[in-house]
Design a binder for this molecule. Sequence first.
Ligand code: HEM
Length: 459
Amino acid sequence: MQTVPTPKAPMPLQALQWILDPVGYMEKNFNRYGDIFQSFLLWGGTAPLVMVNEPKAVQYILTHDTGKELTAPGDVNQLLEPLIGRQNLMLLSGTQHRNRRQLVMPPFHGERLKAYGQMIQQITQNVIEQWPTRESVNVRLTMQKITMRVILEAVFGLHQGDRYQQLEHLLSTRLDMTATPLASALVFLPWLQKDFGPWSPGSRLHKLAAQTDQLLFAEIQERRAHPDLNRTDILSLLLAAKDEAGKGLTDQDLRDELMALLVAGHETTATALTWAIYWIHSLPEVQQKVRAELDTVSNPTDPSSFLQLPYLTAVCNETLRIHPVAMLTFPRRVEVPMKLCGYPLEPGMLLLGSIYLIHHRPDLYPQPHQFRPERFLEQQFSPYEFMPFGGGVRRCVGAALAQYEMKIVLGTILSQMDLVLLNKHPVQPARRGVTLGPKQPVEVKKVRIHSASKSLLEV
Ligand code: HEM
């Protein structure tokens, strides 16, 4: 019987290419093998990995991932453990995972999300007021400030004060340690994380982790000592939660969940916002359409006015399509012998949905490397054709927040000022830790601010 196509390159070479050039790795194998192929990606275990990019097959996987046929285990995400620990959504499995999701999801949806609108706009305003005029601004750094403060508010109900400033600094320093493809080897080769003396990256990692933990545990202890039942932030909800036996979460559980949400909740959205600003300012016709639409907004100080704009929404979708920050879904495990795309799969195999490859299939997205928001106005894509947030039982818990935040941040910035892009050459995607981000810094300059009457003022 035919088996899943397998790249012939030696495994270590495949692993190296996956670390240094993940887009090249996926595109090369897609061109050679098509919808499904085995991959060697250094994930910390030995089970064979199969990458799938055919939307119907991915739909099958993500609609059967709680059943007898497939599961979504957390222990296979062990590469993330040194950063975020074990007792959190991403590493929990089965019932524990389901219960934790029920606890963490509500603050990121519905009425709670609406309450964040003003806060997101205010934080954006405070950050852009610090932008110098006619000087280069590093877009990622400022977007990261905004998204970090937003997630600190959602998680702790506060983003100002000494402890939060220190946390902001420590987390961005930690994530910057894997900001380039080569440095990302730290994530995939755990022995590099060992402490080999004061100058080794491992020693720096340990120091940063110890300092971060000290702040998180201090916050947890203070909150335990002074519970406030009126608070609706995530830490308060987690502190109040009890299981069927009446047992609450331990300090270690809380620390791990807080780390997971802080890490997953800010870098991803900051990267997406950086790309959106890049594309809007590299394509004059896109910029002109975004501006024309923003001109129709009667009250730009009301954050909800940016949420239903069709072209801005299409720009956000096209940004997440062309540069999906998370290239892959988390692995789903095959539990019974089955067939996918005509190939037999054995129990124990791990299946990865390649979000990047699905988003670049020429049969779905003609000229896939072209940024064209109109695609999303002309056609509706299924949740397995456009899936920046994955799907099934591990679908991103922050998907609604991230999309909400993108529109409010972009609307708030662009309705107030004109920016020019300073990058002279096209910016390419490159690995950043386990995510995909811009290879070079995206830089802009503020050239004009809009007065309240919307006439443009030279500054
Ligand atoms: C543009 C921004 C974001 C993108 C592209 C993104 C993407 C993803 C993807 C692809 C997954 C895996 C889904 C799967 O395996 O099916 C995921 C999971 C997750 N994301 Fe996001 N995410 C973003 C923002 C956020 C935010 C703002 C938060 C925090 C609130 C967050 C928290 C999580 C968590 C906790 C999980 C694990 C869920 C689980 O295992 O049950 N993400 N995200």
